[in-house]
Design a protein around this ligand. Structure first.
Ligand SMILES: O=C(O)CCC(=O)C(=O)O
Length: 342
């Protein structure tokens, strides 16, 4: 029996013919009973497993098409409402108002004067080195974060490269330094910069929870040079993002436009370069509408859970990204919804 015939057997089994029918046909075609039994006993279990997989895939595809269809419908409806794709810059509201108007509505916020009563208002590149310690070793990542090997490293949580904080900060305001690394969220980031957290924690009336508890790891720092980029991705928690030093340009795309954003291979990160999208490869991306917001010192953004965001460093910059908003029933429950760790 040759491979063509084996393929024929597999396709017939996959198409729903029974082993008995094939046995009959093959014996009638002149193959010996022994040979027919051997081939069928090899093929049948494999084909049955593959058929089961295929039907699971069909079922999941249907489910995904429904979820994506629903996202598209809701996105289309919400585009008719005032606040969906527009954001007004306002003074930081009291926490209760923030929860009602932004957090629970999954609506982006742009706030000013956030650090008015905070020690972090007075951070400079120099005094940060004193606070953290010039000799403290910090983890840095290539500015083309999450590309190729860097992304693989991020995925495993392994540090990319460690440098002295004093040396790193010395390169930040020097565009000639050739530095291509920046400090981004990582399993180590929050611990290394614990000295900075107390300068930010109480910026207002109880926006954050978890000071000095296991939840404080949800506050992480992003420190980088002009030109650094955090590529398009979403987070599994709501994020209160505080710009402390320097300026950034943030592009945001609603979570409901997820069906138009390819992220086939990089978990929560898209394959698409937001600033230069390849629309031949990703034509659906043209259906997204990105909101563009520039933030400066003392500004904050509320980035609702699931919203895509892309960050460009317009100058050397320091930001605090807080996933520990004082919300009920607490962001920790989200990991159950997503079926994974944050
Ligand atoms: O500022 C950055 O580079 C990225 C910030 C970010 O992605 C976040 O806070 O979730």
């Amino acid at each position: 029996m040759d491979d063509d015939l084996r393929q024929w057997i597999a396709s017939k089994l996959h198409g729903g013919h029974t082993v008995d029918e094939l046995r009959l046909a093959l014996v009638e075609a002149g193959f010996s009973t022994k040979e027919v039994e051997r081939e069928l006993s090899f093929a049948a279990p494999y084909v049955s497993a593959i058929s089961q997989q295929a039907s699971t895939i069909t079922r999941l595809n249907k489910k995904l098409s429904f979820s994506h269809g629903l996202f598209k419908v809701l996105d289309r409806q919400l585009r008719h409402t005032q606040h969906y794709l527009g954001v007004q810059k306002i003074k930081l509201p009291p926490f209760g108002q923030f929860m009602d108007e932004y957090y629970y509505r999954n609506r982006i916020g742009h706030f000013t004067g956030v650090l008015d009563n905070c020690a972090a208002k007075h951070w400079t590149l120099q005094n940060m080195v004193e606070k953290v310690g010039a000799d403290t070793m910090v983890e840095v990542r290539p500015e083309k974060l999450y590309d190729g090997p860097s992304f693989a490293a991020y995925d495993t949580g392994e540090p990319e490269k460690w440098v002295r904080f004093g040396d790193y900060m010395g390169t930040l305001d020097n565009p000639e330094s050739g530095n291509e690394f920046y400090i981004a969220a990582s399993p180590y980031n929050s611990t290394i910069f614990s000295a900075l957290k107390k300068d930010i924690w109480n910026f207002s009336d109880g926006y954050l929870v978890g000071e000095d508890t296991d939840l404080d790891y949800q506050m992480v720092f992003f420190i980088g040079h002009q030109g650094a980029v955090t590529p398009l991705h979403y987070d599994l928690v709501n994020v209160f993002f505080i710009q402390v030093y320097g300026r950034k340009l943030v592009h945001l795309i609603p979570s409901l436009q997820t069906p138009y954003v390819s992220n086939d291979s990089r978990d929560r990160f898209s394959d698409i370069d937001l600033l230069n999208p390849n629309l031949e490869l990703y034509p659906e991306f043209a259906k997204t509408t990105a909101i563009e917001i520039e933030v400066g010192p003392g500004d904050a953004l509320f980035i609702p859970v699931g919203w895509w965001h892309h960050v460009t460093y317009l100058t050397a910059s320091i930001s605090a990204s807080c996933g520990n908003i004082n919300a009920d029933p607490h962001f920790r429950d989200y990991r159950n919804f997503f079926g994974r760790d944050l």
